[in-house]
Design a binder for this molecule. Structure first.
Ligand code: CP3
Length: 352
């Protein structure tokens, strides 16, 4: 009898299966400017968006950190703002500032004119996913992603990152209008994630990076209901892939978020991974939560702090090692190598 094909360690961990102590590791923004090979390709492509829109280049950039570090998962190279761009909000990148939407949503008329999301507008992403899945080792999971409904709404109303004053004004002054954006986003998110799953992603992730800005008392309508809607729409469409939800700076919602049907919650570095694992361990997996600033130190400090995160996780299964937010562009490659080595050593020899 031949052995059953081994399910990737990330998928076993997301299912809270016993992995004999092995902890998978991948890192948010693992493809990016801290890698010299990324900077070289970005320069050749001319811009970040050109990289995203070229399936061969996006796939190559996705694979770069896998070749270098052997992470347990690849995350497809893309951006959460490609969905608002596909809705006609005209994404551009301003050097030294970051992403800017040329047509932010400021009026009821603009919101009413919002088209429904057509995943065919992101066909390049599906092609990048298919190419990447074909190149990846079987043991490496491929993650597809979108923004969360609230985070996308923040960018869509303000048009740029920062404190999101326009979005925060709108949600108080015109709650129904803001809610229409949230609802439209939930549908777009489910549709994009379903397309990414069909193209070959093994895991889906929702980055609600600005969840912490939702006012207390409004979390149900702004964060939890849209997440429930995304899960319901995915499951109704027959999409079975596990979902990771990252509600950054909103760990007061962890128990409620864990009950939405997601497999895993991302944990930011300000939150207490030990306490959350004692409360929720076994019900959902938890992903995190090393402070990305630790990667700006030195290999010995990185190893020590990685051990601290591994030791903090208190449930018997279900820990996905990651940072508490994205990797900084000044991170030395040697520190990332030290991180992977420390997690592999610290989580026991029993991998695979
Ligand atoms: O994680 C990965 O390696 C996959 C790729 C990925 C990118 N953006 C590529 C990127 C992912 C998962 C994202 C998500 C994303 N994008 C989020 C949610 C996660 C988070 O960090 O909170 C947000 C808020 C965005 C929007 C966005 N895109 C911002 C605010 C910026 C500018 C900040 C920055 O780091 O420059 C981007 C640009 C961006 N997205 C870069 C990369 C690699 C840098 C582009 C470059 O200059 O080469």
């Amino acid at each position: 009898m031949s052995a059953a094909p081994t399910k990737p360690l990330l998928l076993r961990t997301l299912a809270c299966e016993d992995t004999a102590g092995a902890t998978p590791i991948w890192v948010m923004r693992q493809a990016g400017r801290y890698l010299p090979e990324y900077r070289e390709l970005r320069q050749k492509a001319g811009s970040f968006l050109a990289l995203c829109r070229d399936p061969a280049l996006a796939s190559e950039v996705t694979l770069q950190p896998i070749r270098r570090f052997g992470f347990d998962a690849a995350i497809i190279f893309s951006d959460i703002l490609l969905v608002p761009d596909a809705l006609g909000l005209e994404l551009g990148f301003v050097d030294g500032e970051g992403p800017v939407l040329g047509r932010p949503l400021r009026t009821a008329a603009a919101v009413a004119a919002l088209p429904s999301f057509d995943p065919a507008r992101l066909a390049h992403l599906d092609e990048a996913i298919a190419r990447t899945r074909a190149e990846l080792p079987a043991a490496t999971a491929l993650i597809g992603f979108t923004g969360g409904a609230f985070t996308l709404a923040c960018y869509m109303v303000d048009g740029r990152g920062g404190d999101f004053w326009q979005a925060r004004r709108m949600l108080h002054a015109e709650p129904d209008l803001f809610q229409r954006i949230i609802d439209a986003n939930a549908t777009a998110i489910a549709s994009s994630l379903a397309a990414q799953a069909a193209a070959g992603c093994d895991v889906l992730m929702v980055f609600d990076s600005w969840a912490g800005l939702a006012p207390r008392g409004r979390e149900e309508e702004l964060l939890l209901n849209p997440l429930r809607a995304v899960m319901a729409q995915l499951r109704a469409a027959g999409v079975a892939q596990p979902v990771i939800a990252f509600l950054r700076n909103a760990s007061h919602l962890a128990a409620a978020a864990a009950a939405t049907g997601v497999a895993c919650l991302g944990v930011d570095w300000q939150s207490d991974l030990g306490a959350l694992s004692r409360e929720l361990g076994g019900r959902v997996a938890l992903q995190g939560n090393l402070d990305p600033a630790v990667l700006l130190t030195d290999p010995a400090t990185v190893a020590r702090e990685a051990q601290r995160v591994l030791a903090a996780y208190a449930a018997p299964a279900g820990h996905v090692f990651n940072l508490g937010h994205g990797v900084d562009k000044e991170t030395p490659v040697a520190n990332m190598e030290a991180l992977v080595a420390a997690v592999r050593e610290g989580s026991g020899a029993a991998r695979g």
